[in-house]
Design a protein around this ligand. Structure first.
Ligand SMILES: [Zn+2]
Length: 137
């Protein structure tokens, strides 16, 4: 019997729009409707200007590996058969950061500065994850 796989709640606010857009095949990032500052993770109030109005434009889905680590010892039993794996921090071209994984990238090929593109991964009917792959250019 395998351990339960930890997962976000795609219906929780204020990030339900983030998860529903991924399920629809898009990456949408919350942006302040007043000062146009992108923010992630989603928050109800803009930290720059204090406005509560937001909008959710589609992100380009491109960015670069800002940082990474290789996980050799699983932090949870559910990850025990996945080690070693790379956990990456991607800086999207919109300027926000996402913690994610690169698909089809051996851990010894992880590198800061690698250009990446979105690889939405469908987990099941309720959840899609914003994973990334190395960009071709
Ligand atoms: Zn703002």
């Amino acid at each position: 019997m395998s351990a339960p796989f930890p997962r976000p709640d795609p219906a929780s606010e204020p990030d339900a729009r983030f998860w529903s857009s991924l399920a629809a095949g898009e990456l949408r990032i919350q942006r302040c409707a007043s000062c146009l500052t992108f923010r992630h993770p989603p928050r109800p109030v803009c930290a720059v200007c204090g406005a509560t109005a937001d909008e959710w434009p589609v992100a380009a889905g491109t960015g670069e590996v800002w940082s990474y680590t290789v996980v050799y010892r699983p932090t949870l039993p559910a990850f025990s058969d996945r080690t070693p794996y790379g956990a990456v921090v991607v800086r999207l071209d919109e300027g926000v950061f996402l913690v994610s994984n690169l698909v089809d990238c051996p851990v010894d090929e992880l590198a800061v500065g690698t250009r990446v593109e979105l690889a939405i991964t469908i987990v099941d009917d309720d959840l899609a994850l914003p994973l990334f792959r190395r960009a071709l250019i």
